[in-house]
Design a binder for this molecule. Structure first.
Ligand code: PAF
Length: 285
């Protein structure tokens, strides 16, 4: 496994892999790798890709009062995990490599970035879209793998790729969960023991929605949203930012889940913000 910090060197290594006829798969990450990231890597490897993992805590996607400084950074153990998972190249640039002096071009995906996470985290998706397009330009992958845990991010990237005619297949990978259902996230390490217990309520809320549709045949989205909200409200440590039942593609609020929908959740537990989601009324999750 090669560990590369410079775009120029990365291009050379990827160029020779492509000349050998290999298909390049990119797994973009911010490090602090967990089993959710390993699932992305496994999917890429399972497709036979020459697998490139980027590890870069991207400053432009954090707001001024967010956790950029305390975001977990553990490059050595991340490299070990990548090696064990059979990654071909880790690209771990410094901030100055991605955003050199004088940098001033950003990607602004409209509409879908203004709601939910976009409304709570001003400028977040602009930072995400910008770094992802830069990673695509550096790696030129055939496929790129994104976790469904960050559902809105996945939809933003899909839209960006469509709108800008970027020749990359975006591969969504299902969320990996802890035994009690908590979605794996690098931010889970911030939770105290008590907060960690409270965090399991997100999954309980999502499963309540899924069962309401699958087992009770409820199709009214507002009824489902209220059920979700009441599971969350029963947990005193949880403060809801949003709980919504939305269209799978546009993320607009729906009235009925008959044709499938997604429940989007964002909560704060202490100083930690957690998001999760679940597709309902469809058979693939
Ligand atoms: O999902 C993440 O970890 C980040 O938002 C990403 C896609 C790596 C961009 O920094």
């Amino acid at each position: 496994m090669q560990v590369i910090k410079k775009i120029e060197e990365l291009r050379q290594v990827i160029g020779s892999a492509k000349r050998e006829g290999l298909v390049v798969g990119l797994v973009p990450t911010m490090g602090a790798l967990h089993d959710g990231h390993i699932a992305l890597i496994n999917q890429s490897r399972g497709n036979g890709d020459f697998t490139v993992v980027s590890i870069f805590v991207n400053p432009t996607q954090f707001g001024p009062s967010e956790d950029f400084d305390r975001y977990p950074r553990q490059l050595e153990s991340d490299l070990e995990k990548c090696r064990a998972a059979g990654v071909d190249v880790v690209f771990a640039p410094d901030v100055s490599e991605m955003y050199p002096e004088g940098f001033g071009t950003y990607v602004d995906v409209q509409g879908i970035t203004e709601i939910f996470e976009g409304a709570f985290r001003q400028g977040h998706f602009r930072g995400v879209a910008t770094v992802v397009i830069k990673l695509f330009a550096a790696v030129e992958p055939r496929r790129a793998y994104f976790g469904m845990k960050d559902y809105q991010q996945l939809k933003v990237i899909e839209k960006m790729v469509r709108d800008l005619n970027v020749r990359v297949d975006i591969v969504p990978v299902p969320t990996v969960r802890e035994p009690d259902g908590l979605a794996m996230s690098s931010r889970n390490v911030y939770l105290s023991e008590e907060e960690r217990r409270a965090a399991a309520s997100l999954y309980r809320a999502l499963i309540t929605a899924k069962k309401a549709v699958d087992e009770e045949g409820i199709a009214d989205a507002e009824t489902i949203r209220r059920m979700v909200e009441s599971v969350l409200l029963a947990e005193p440590l949880v403060q809801i930012d949003y709980a919504a039942v939305v269209d799978k593609e546009t993320l607009q609020i729906v009235e009925s889940v008959k044709n499938g929908a997604v429940v989007l959740l964002a909560v704060r537990i202490g100083s930690t913000r957690l998001i999760d989601n679940m597709l309902i009324g469809v058979s693939d999750k």
